[in-house]
Design a protein. Sequence first.
Length: 318
Amino acid sequence: MDDDSSSDSSNFDLSSYARNLRRHATLLLNQLEGRSYPQLKDALPEDHDRICSVLTSVSRDAVLNTNGEVYESHASELSSVRDLALKCMMDAEADFQIRSAWRAVYYDSALIWALCDILRAQDYEEDDYWIKTIEKLDTAIIVAGFDYCRDAFDLISWIQAAHPPSPAVDEEFHFLPRPTLEDAVILPSAKTSIPAFMGFPSLSKFRNELSKSPFIVRNAAADWPALAEGRKWASKAYLQQVAGGRGRFVPVEVGEDYRTEDWTRRIESFDEFLDYIFSASESRGADSGKARPVKYLAQYELLSHFRKLRDPSSLEFS
């Protein structure tokens, strides 16, 4: 897809995007047909042969048959292969090469499933259909890792261009309020409060009082272009735009303390996560009488997941 084609929705024909998307899906399925995983073939020949048979037959069949009955059969087979790959990939006893092979199986099965969605789809499919397809691709990216996932990123971009969600992303930027209070921060999981300052403490204060415990400096990054130039990273609309629009998914950690039983990880809609962040900020200081779950994005390369965030104007920190 040419970069110029996405500049203005009035200058391109959505039906041509949809046709190109289907053509691209067919080419990818033809390339995936006959995939093999040498590490699995040596270690687990029966599993390898069954997986290759399923992926090859589905890839071949999906191009020729797009009716609902065939699709449901494909979905069941691909779901089984994907679940098996995830289980085996998480097996602590498997060595690195075997886990890498299962990771490739997971990614390929999810990719083929999304390609089947594309070829089966009708022009009138509603948003939910395409969001579920993007969820398959985003989940594959999250689970398999970025090394495998160029085709998944490309497909997400094509789907978002060919089938823009309705309603579209709000073009008006609404910003998170700047913190202004020099109040200590209290974390439920911490034994003591965390001191906060409106400016950097002096070197002597740091050495004598703060060097052995955490503290917060309010607005320390206020002059970074990501915040200073229109404060883009504090805008929900901007963050939705760099995701390409609605429908993307991210890995979210839920809970105040990873050592507790109620802490968990899940893959969640990026829109839902943004709603949580911005509603939490808007209600900050208000007593709603209802405890909110703690959610955060951590230990994940968000700049790789949303590549537009790599915009130099956003990342030039000083």
